[in-house]
Design a protein around this ligand. Structure first.
Ligand code: FPP
Length: 247
C-alpha cells in the first residue's frame, strides 16, 4: 500500500479521531509469540499513530486502552497490561513533552491499581501545558458506565433543586460526561477486522464516520492512519441533510 499522505486535504483533517486498538493477541499468536509481546508491539503503534496524527493537525486522539470488560481476562494478562501502562506512561513523558502532547484519561480511573493511577495522574500533570495534540487514554472505560454516571450526576443536581427536568439539554448531558470539553470524534477506527463498537463512546460517536480495517493494531502505523483519513475524506458527511444541502 503506497503512503497516501500527499492526497490528504490538510484543511479537512478530522480534529478528533478515536481508535479501538484491537488484534494485539492475534498478531502475537500468528507469530507464535506470547500475547504480551503483541501488547508491547501495540505500544509502538500508539507512539507512531500519535506522532502521525499530530503531524497532520489532528487535535484529539482517543485510544481505547482498557475496557471495563477487560478485567475478565486472565489475571496474568491484566497485571501485565497494567504494568505495561505504567512503564509506557513513565517512559514516554519526556517524548510527550518534546512533541507537545497533552495526556488525558477517561474512564473510572480511580478504580485502577494504585501504581497505574499514580503514573497516569503524574503523566497528566506533567503534560498539562502541551497544546499540539491531546492524547486521551480510555482506561477502565465503558460508555454505559459513563452514561449512567452522567445520569446520576444530573439526577443529583435535580434532587438538590439546582436543575429542572425540562432544562436538561444535550449540553447539560455533555458536561456530565468524562469527555466534557473534548469535541466529538468525526472518525472512529477499529483494527483487526471486528466490526463492533464494544461499549466505546456511544454518545460521542452519534455522527462519527466508522472505519474498520483488517490490519491488527501492532501493524497499524502512519501509513494506515493516512489511508483511514483519506477514506474519511472521500465520504460525504450529511448530518441528516440532503446531498444538495451540504454541497
Ligand atoms: C486489544 O488487543 C488491545 C488491548 C485490550 C490493549 C491495548 C493496549 C496497548 C496497545 C498497550 C498499552 C497502551 C497504551 C495506550 C500505552 P486484544 O488483546 O484484544 O487482541 P485479540 O483480540 O487479538 O486477542
Amino acid at each position: 500500500m503506497p503512503d497516501q499522505l500527499s492526497k490528504i486535504n490538510l484543511d479537512h483533517v478530522p480534529q478528533h479521531i478515536a481508535i479501538i486498538m484491537d488484534g494485539n493477541g492475534r498478531w502475537a499468536k500468528q507469530k507464535g509469540m506470547p500475547r504480551l509481546l503483541g501488547h508491547r508491539s501495540g505500544v509502538k503503534s500508539v507512539r507512531e499513530v500519535t506522532e502521525a496524527a499530530a503531524e497532520i493537525g489532528v487535535k484529539y486522539l482517543t485510544l481505547y486502552a482498557f475496557s471495563t470488560e477487560n478485567w475478565n481476562r486472565p489475571p496474568a494478562e491484566v497485571t501485565a497490561l497494567m504494568t505495561l501502562l505504567v512503564e509506557t506512561i513513565k517512559g514516554e513523558i519526556r517524548d510527550l513533552n518534546k512533541n507537545k502532547v497533552r495526556l488525558q484519561a477517561i474512564g473510572d480511573i480511580e478504580a485502577l491499581p494504585a501504581a497505574t493511577y499514580k503514573a497516569l495522574m503524574d503523566g497528566i500533570e506533567q503534560t498539562k501545558n502541551n497544546d499540539r495534540i491531546t492524547l486521551v487514554l480510555a482506561l477502565n472505560y465503558s460508555a454505559k458506565w459513563e452514561i449512567l454516571r452522567a445520569t446520576r450526576l444530573i439526577a443529583e443536581q435535580a434532587q438538590k433543586g439546582l436543575l429542572k427536568a425540562e432544562d436538561i439539554s444535550e449540553s447539560t448531558f455533555e458536561s456530565a460526561l468524562s469527555t466534557h470539553g473534548i469535541p466529538d470524534p468525526e472518525l472512529l477506527i477499529r483494527t483487526s477486522g471486528e466490526t463492533r463498537i464494544s461499549n466505546f463512546l456511544l454518545w460521542q460517536i452519534a455522527y462519527a464516520e466508522l472505519y474498520f480495517t483488517p490490519v491488527f493494531w501492532p501493524d497499524f502505523g502512519r501509513k494506515e492512519l493516512h489511508e483511514a483519513i483519506l477514506n474519511y475524506q472521500r465520504r460525504e458527511r450529511r448530518f441528516g441533510l440532503t446531498s444538495e444541502q451540504v454541497s
